[in-house]
Ligand binder design. Sequence first.
Ligand SMILES: [Fe+2]
Length: 223
Amino acid sequence: MATFINLRNLLEHQIEDLYSAEEQIIEALPKMAEGATDRELKKALNTHLRITRDQKKRLDQIRKILKKNAGEESENSEGFLERIFGGGTKCKGMEGLIKEGNKVLDEEMESTAVKDAAIIAAAQKVEHYEISGYGTARAYAREVGLRDVEKLLAVTLKEEYTSDKMLNALALNKINLKAETSGGTKASAFTAARKQASKKSTSSTTATNRTAPRKTSGTKRSR
Ligand SMILES: [Fe+2]
C-alpha cells in the first residue's frame, strides 16, 4: 500500500535538508576563504560565513514553528521520505558539492587567479543548490499557509541570490580576466574587446554595466 505523505511533510524534509546543507557550508567556508588569494574573494567568503550562521538560526526558528503545529502524519512519513531521499539527516547533495570544492582547494595550481576562479565556480554551485532548495521550501510554505515560515525563507533566499550575484560580478569583472592571462597567456580577442568596451563605458561604474559585450563561459549570470 502506498504511504500517504503531503506537501507539509515535503516541507519538513526540505527544511532538514537545508539545515544539514548550512551546517556543512559553515564547516567548509573557512577552508575556502583560506584557499582564496584575491582579497575581495576572501572577504566575500568570510562575509558569507557570517550570513550562513544567521541562516542556520533562521532554520532553527522554522523548525520550532513546524514542531509547534506538527500533524500526526509527520512521523509516519519519515521512513518513506528516507527511502526516497536517502537515510540519515545529512544532505547528500551538499556533501557532494563540498567534496568537489575540496578537491579544487587541495590541488596545486601555478596560478592563484585560476585557483580563485575555480573556487568561485565551486561556491556558486553551492549557492545555486541553496537557491533551489530555499525557493522550493518557500513555495511549499506558501502553499500550506505557513506565512511565518514563508517570510523567514524569503529572507534567506534573497541573501543567497545576493551572494551569487556578488560572486558572479567578481568572476566576470576581475578574476576570470586575471585567470585568462595568468602565466603570460595572451588575452583572447574577446577579452581585448571587453577591455576596450570597458574603457569606452563612461555612463556607469556598476559591476553589471562593466561586463562583457557577450556572455562568458564558465560562470552563469544570476537573475
Ligand atoms: Fe545559505
